[in-house]
Ligand binder design. Sequence first.
Ligand code: ATP
Ligand code: MG
Length: 450
Amino acid sequence: MRIPRVVNDFSTFFIRAGHQCYLVGGAVRDMLMGREVQDYDIATDALPDEVTKFFRRVIPTGIKHGTVTVLFKGTRFEVTTFRIDRDYLDGRRPDSVTFTPSIQEDLKRRDFTINAMAYDLRERRLLDPHAGRADLKAGIIRAIGDPLERFQEDGLRPIRACRFAAQLGFRIEEHTFACIPRSIDTVKQVSAERIRDEFIRILEAPTPSIGLERLNDCGLLLLFMPELIACQEVSQGELHRYDLYHHLLYACDAAPRDNLVVRLAALLHDLGKPRTMTRTPEGAIHFHRHEELSARLAERVLRRLRFPNHVVKRVSHLVAQHMFHYEDSWSDAAVRRFVARVGTDNITDILALRRADQLAMIGERFVSTSLIALEKRIEEVLAEDGALSLKDLAVNGDDLKLELGIPRGPKIGIVLEALLESVLDDPEQNERGRLLKIAKRFYEARLRED
Ligand code: ATP
Ligand code: MG
């Protein structure tokens, strides 16, 4: 194994002080697979207090569990003291941790064989007591010891199994997998935040549908996303090759991997379809205004999983706006109004969402000519550098108050919106003198009460 210099430099602090120092977890796995390493997990017999003394930049991220984060030469290290987990009373987290001087004991408490290898940075050799390397070669996720027992200790592990299946494209070993449905009650005890973090890793995988399908196969997806399960076997009419559930999963796959918001929006964008479906006497299927219900359901799902507010807002906005129908006959003003309604910050995302939506319809690399045409026209509109939002206008609320005496309050907002409408129609108008004139006329005709 080729160990990066920064990792060797890091380990010398431990070795000089007479401590053991192992690279563990994802970094060992990823190095053996020849994959890029994200962050380094280190296991040591040094206690957190000692580790804190070795380095300048230390954050006590999980001090109760013996973990500190060290920033060293621009690299993040998660350093955990060897431990044995005791007394999983509620299947959430160990009640108490006991430190141990033995790396072997520490490796036993880990979840899967591929995650329980350790590279000894002092002796420069790999420790692999659970034959993780063979499973890594074969592409297998296998629990260490009795899977049922291990899952009942910590209900997050079944979800992690599905996460690694998606992230690495591995299969879950049969007996390990068979024990998941029997662990559902323990999974129910796990906090939404911990589930969310694993769910995010699934969405960041090359093919999220692999992980989501595994979660569904063992009944876990139903626990935290029943709205998605309700899309199973919902037909969408002739244009679509897949049922709604698979359409959503494949749209998520087709969304850009480095854009979590768009991947979430793609996965959730049609959740309102089952409840808005109608059929005409001729048999045509409609989902009238499903985007509004979909946006509300997407918000509900994300709040349940404790996603931060800014993510919830952006995803539900994209979902609410996803049903646009571009035609070549749109005027430039119509294109500008579309950009203004979606928001300049969201415009790339909504186009990415539509692309993903189309790519997941018929199972071929298909993007409509009308979408490509719209993308081009939006590019042109953005290049004009004209006003597309209130903050781009040549006047602001203070100007309206000082120059025209419009009182502070909702009326200012109404006038600014009217000015933006006007400028979207005719960008030439975005000039202070002209806007004040338009504002005066509008205010006097529509809003002034005396
Ligand atoms: P990644 O590369 O995505 O960080 P990782 O395997 O390093 O993957 P982490 O969540 O960083 O995953 O955990 C680091 C290591 O700690 C794991 O490889 C595993 O050995 C152990 N571990 C983490 N969570 C658990 C758990 N819930 N139960 C048992 N062991 C765990
Ligand atoms: Mg890690």
